[in-house]
Design a protein around this ligand. Sequence first.
Ligand SMILES: Cc1ncc(COP(=O)(O)O)c(C=O)c1O
Length: 445
Amino acid sequence: MNQAELVGLTQNQLDSYWMPYTGNRQFKADPRIITAAKGSYLTDAEGRQILDSLSGLWTCGAGHSRPEIAEVVYKQLNTLDYAPGFQFGHPLAFQLAERLVDLAPVGLDRVCLTNSGSEAADTATKIARAYWRQCGQASKTKILARQKGYHGASWGGISFGGIPANRKMWGQGIETDLLNHTWRAESAFSKGMPEHGVELADELEMLIGLHDASNVAAVIVEPFSGSAGVIVPPKGYLQRLREICTKHNILLIFDEVITGLGRSGATWGADAFGVTPDMLTFAKQVTNGAVPLGGVLLRRDIYDAFMAKGGADHAVELPHGFTYSGHPVACAAAMATLDILESEKLIERVAQKAPEFESKIHSLKGTEHIVDIRNFGFAAGITLAPKDGDPTLRPFEVALECWRRGVYVRWGGDTLQFGLPFQMEYDEMDRIVATVAESIHGLEP
Ligand SMILES: Cc1ncc(COP(=O)(O)O)c(C=O)c1O
């Protein structure tokens, strides 16, 4: 019996669901069904305990199925299941906003709430365009981003996202241009930030020269590229982007959907890399993955520009938002998550244990087919050599073999990706590393 049959799913049920970012044909021929999760472990349909090396999808850093979150969610559902977010408010949204602002890099003291990272990227870039319009510079509309960047699956994300496979299907998106990515062969196997390559940031000057600053609203980048396989910027690179944006009066947006709230060993990637953007997006870890929630932290003067130009007092200053923006249940889950991160000092723990993770993951250097290893905080990416001319085949095969051996590893493009739960123990890290090596060897040639 396959795993779907084991939990009583019919073929029709399997076929009915068009799964997201999934090889549906392969999956439905050999389903991988997760039935429960606790701490750093998933339970599959066979009752196996699978070690989770990606915290769900970079979401559950505080560990799966936290009772503290479940309790507040249950209570919230029984108190206020939903409140209209347009023209009315409920206490938790404001309390969460203040709390996020307190955690934010200095100066980012206004927050919009969304339901996902994609919506957060859309929201930040829409605000950027509208902001310049409010400032009397309506021609500043172009969004500059970076190759290998991932900013979600909506029209914004596929327009300024830089992963080719995610762009090719859709035709014309919104107006963007992309910097080169920061991966360089000579920096392979760098531990943390590569020493060389700061000059890659100067391409931003060229792009701005090409389009003219009067036409550019914002630059959006992930502090390190997560979905492309943890591509860490060279030393000084983000500082240089910051200087160039400031010089040309262009907003800098950090997409911190992966890097935010602990993954990089600091509250934000902005803190870890010592660079403050004008806006910052978050999602995933903010509720520990339990309930969808995302958002944008931004400079107060950007908010103020809309208030100043808002027209009559009753007029809507920003015609943007979602039915579920600031959903009470999501806000409750976020408050409980922030409590856990603080009381268990999980972000400090990531910072403390990251050097050991770094040396463990880099111990795979020299393993057949591994052509690069990168890491930052509790994130790492491994690039594998192409197989039969297909760069995506080997990561798929290796990750599936890891799953068979009891470790969940994400694959994407030519990479394997790791985003450890923050409470992960050293022996569990060893198990992940050993399983990757065994899986590669087990599959040779
Ligand atoms: C950096 C980044 N931005 C945006 C997104 C999109 O988030 P969501 O899938 O919640 O829409 C992701 C998702 O992985 C991400 O990694």
